[in-house]
Design a protein around this ligand. Structure first.
Ligand code: NAG
Ligand code: NAG
Length: 370
């Protein structure tokens, strides 16, 4: 008789273990991944796109319904745009002196022009930008004093995209729209696939035309540790503001060697810093570039001031300060934006910097995960 009770107890334990693991799974993933949600702008935008506060990373910290009442320095708008050289937004932290790795889940939109209910990139922060339109995507790549948009001066940053390990996106619930692929500039299409690297006083932001067949490949999100030189190879020049047409890049991670098409596999973070990448990404040809002055492009941002407002100074130290506010995404690692500083096919100098950044990222990840 005696064994009956223990074995029932064992069954009960097993059942509750199953229930626990089902619960654990439930509490990780949203019912619908962010990249599968569709909205129309402006009339179909909900207050918040991510409505699952019980999941591991908690609630969406900002909102998607943005208008004149939300515009300004305190805005938590998480609806972004990439339309043109004078009309784009970047994802950056809500609080001064933050690391992208700590805040990628809660980044807010900082835009180059008013009218979208967001924060504005302060005058003088942008040092050079190249906008390129190709058959498959548009991108902005540029140089910025990142302390003006709340990124710590010594942060080599990382990648944000609408995926993330838990499929809720970084930032959570973030939306991106563009009018760049149609003829009606008042008509905005949701960009389903995009990536935005921020850090090292550089950035690249690409949105892929959802009507084209390879949007997910051109806007690939798995190469988060190798920066702009590999994810958005470009000819952007510090000090120059230009709008170009261009050919499409190779897909990030794909390259041709001796006539053979190869795919790079980014090593796991646990294997340490990435010290070499076996190829240089080809910078696609650009044409019809028109050059502008920043004053002409960004007049609505006002007159530049000498320093970042709000005391957003650099930390002066390489020590990461994990706050534990975001978690569970592969793009947590340091991944220098690393736009080419030379304007040529380069990327080597930049890559050395990003190796250091990756090393810092590993240390950071070790602290963060422990
Ligand atoms: C403006 O946006 C805020 C924040 O999302 C929202 O609460 C408010 O209802 C909006 N106002 C209008 C007129 O749409
Ligand atoms: C870009 O040029 C400015 C000078 O105009 C310089 O202060 C800044 O460090 C440069 N940025 C990068 C990333 O090289």
């Amino acid at each position: 008789m005696a064994p009956v009770v223990p074995s029932l107890a064992r069954v009960a334990v097993l059942l509750s273990a199953v229930a626990l693991s089902v619960n654990a799974q439930k509490s990780t993933f949203p019912a619908t991944p962010l990249a599968s949600k569709r909205f129309s702008y402006p009339t179909g935008i909900p207050y918040q796109v991510d409505t699952e506060p019980e999941l591991a990373r908690g609630r969406q910290t900002g909102y998607n319904m943005c208008n004149s009442t939300t515009e300004g320095a305190q805005s938590l708008c998480q609806t972004s745009f990439l339309n043109a050289l004078d009309d784009f937004c970047l994802w950056a932290p809500p609080q001064p002196n933050s690391l992208i790795a700590d805040t990628e889940g809660e980044a807010v939109a900082w835009c180059s022009k008013p009218g979208r209910g967001t924060r504005l990139i302060p005058a003088g922060a942008l040092k050079g930008v190249q906008f390129t339109k190709t058959p498959d995507y548009v991108q902005v790549v540029g140089f910025i004093d990142q302390t003006f948009i709340n990124i710590a001066g010594d942060d080599f940053g990382g990648e944000m995209d609408p995926h993330g390990a838990d499929l809720r996106g970084n930032p959570l619930g973030s939306l991106v729209f563009s009018n760049a692929f149609g003829t009606d500039k008042n008509s905005f299409t949701q960009m389903v696939e995009w990536h935005n690297f921020m850090g090292g006083n550089q950035f690249c932001f690409k949105v892929c035309d959802p009507a084209r067949p390879n949007a997910a490949k051109f806007c690939e999100h798995i190469y988060d540790r190798i920066g702009c030189a590999y994810n958005a190879p470009n000819a952007a020049k510090n000090g120059t503001f230009e709008s170009c047409l261009g050919e499409s890049q190779d897909f990030p991670g794909v390259y041709t060697e001796n006539g053979q098409v190869m795919t790079y596999k980014q090593p796991a973070e646990s294997l340490g810093a990435i010290t070499t990448v076996p190829y240089q990404a080809k910078v696609p040809a650009s044409s019809s570039c028109s050059v502008f002055t920043s004053a002409a492009l960004f007049a609505a941002l006002g007159t530049p001031t000498a320093a970042a407002p709000g005391g957003a100074s650099t930390t002066g130290s390489g020590t990461a300060k994990p706050t534990g506010s975001t978690g569970g995404t592969p793009s947590r690692s340091a991944g220098s934006a690393g736009a080419s500083t030379t304007g040529s096919s380069g990327g080597v100098e930049t890559f050395r910097v990003s190796v250091v950044a990756s090393a810092l990222g590993v240390v950071f990840a070790a602290v963060f995960l422990s």
